[in-house]
Design a binder for this molecule. Structure first.
Ligand SMILES: Nc1ncnc2c1ncn2[C@@H]1O[C@H](COP(=O)(O)OP(=O)(O)OP(=O)(O)O)[C@@H](O)[C@H]1O
Ligand SMILES: [Mg+2]
Length: 348
């Protein structure tokens, strides 16, 4: 066990205490500084290390093996030079400074690593939330598809078959006609069932394919809100991370939801352009536009998550959202995301 005394409890001393305190081979036997409120003095008291405002007391400690002077003070340096204790190692002057700078650097890089780790953890949590949300949203959508489409069609079929039964003897010609209609309805029911099965595909969000998912979303959206919706996708999505695709999909979804809620538009175009080092998505509507500076000032509107959430998602992908709009001008939302080489070159 190396018993160490530290003179000087400013930045240098504090770093030394931090690092040496956690070293199992070292015991800090005392810390001295003329200022009893110096940061290192407070830290030492917290860690139950003896402190003193008179450094000379440390020079007299019987069991000290090393004295480190980080004061830069000439009087202390002279006193250490005159110290007549050959068994005590003294580290002072530029050597001590170099040492604590190295230690500070080490602490800084550790903090940096921890910060990165925290950032990745929060990104991961958000990602997991997105995936869960996406899955439950998909389930709702599929349930609605079945309820609004297939179930209605089958109910219609049952009604037509009832009619047939009624006309079987009374009006065979009408019965034959109804039977023919029933066949057509049955065909469309089969088609709808196929569609539902097809729609199940994007459920596998870890392999979400942006292109079909967007096409399908746009088709349903156009039908539901009677807004002519076009989608174009340039470049290959095959090497994008699932995270990038899911976040992008959610940004586009929110932009489209805003078009439907606020724009009064008759047309909207979604364009996605994937290049080697960047990805750009634009959602352009021909609606009434809005006064962005005004909205930014309105705390109630700005508190809602839509536009903010879009920016946040883009930021988490290292990118940003640009909003180009003005009253009477329509709105264009542009999302720029840089792609890392790895992302592009990664297989599968
Ligand atoms: N495409 C658009 N056309 C016209 N106005 C828009 C458009 N997109 C956004 N806005 C305006 O910007 C405001 C903020 O949009 P944002 O998506 O942040 O909130 P919201 O849609 O009102 O609420 P939320 O998204 O939380 O349900 C909207 O209230 C609307 O006034
Ligand atoms: Mg919104």
């Amino acid at each position: 066990m190396i018993r160490v005394a530290i003179i000087g409890a400013g930045r240098g001393g504090t770093s030394l205490i931090h690092i040496l305190h956690n070293d199992p081979l070292v015991t800090i036997v005392g810390v001295a500084d003329i200022d009893p409120h110096a940061p290192g003095m407070l830290l030492a008291s917290q860690l139950k290390i003896p402190i003193t405002t008179d450094y000379r007391r440390l020079l007299r400690l019987s069991k000290v093996a090393t004295i480190i002077d980080v004061t830069g003070n000439e009087e202390v340096a002279r006193a250490l030079l005159a110290l007549d204790r050959p068994e005590v190692a003294v580290v002072g002057g530029p050597g001590a400074k170099f040492m604590w700078q190295l230690i500070e650097e080490r602490i800084r890089s550790k903090e940096e690593i921890e910060r990165h780790l925290r950032e990745y953890q929060s990104l991961y949590r958000l990602y997991m939330r997105e995936v869960r949300h996406a899955i439950s949203e998909e389930r709702t959508r599929i349930a609605l598809d079945i309820h609004d489409g297939l179930v209605q069609t089958l109910a219609g079929l049952s009604y037509k078959l009832d009619l047939c039964q009624e006309f079987l003897t009374l009006d065979p010609v009408r019965c034959a006609r109804t039977l023919k209609e029933t066949q057509d309805v049955l065909k469309s029911a089969i088609e709808e069932a196929r569609q539902v099965v097809f729609n199940l595909k994007p459920l596998h969000f870890d392999r979400l394919d942006l292109h079909p998912a967007l096409k399908h979303y746009a088709k349903t959206y156009a039908k539901q809100y009677r807004i002519a919706t076009t989608v174009s996708l340039a470049g290959s999505e095959k090497n994008l991370y699932p995270k990038t695709k899911i976040f992008l999909f959610r940004i586009i979804q929110e932009a489209l939801s805003n078009v439907q809620k606020h724009a009064g538009a008759s047309r909207v175009h979604v364009g996605v352009d994937i290049e080697k080092t960047s990805l750009t998505a634009t959602i352009r509507d021909n609606g009434q536009g809005f006064d962005l500076p005004e909205i930014s000032k309105d705390p109630e509107k700005w508190a809602s998550l839509g536009l903010k959430g879009m920016s946040e998602r883009a930021r988490l992908l290292g990118g940003r959202v640009r909003i180009d709009t003005a009253p009477g001008k329509g709105t264009t939302i542009a999302v720029d995301i840089p792609l890392k080489n790895k992302e592009y070159e990664r297989l599968g």
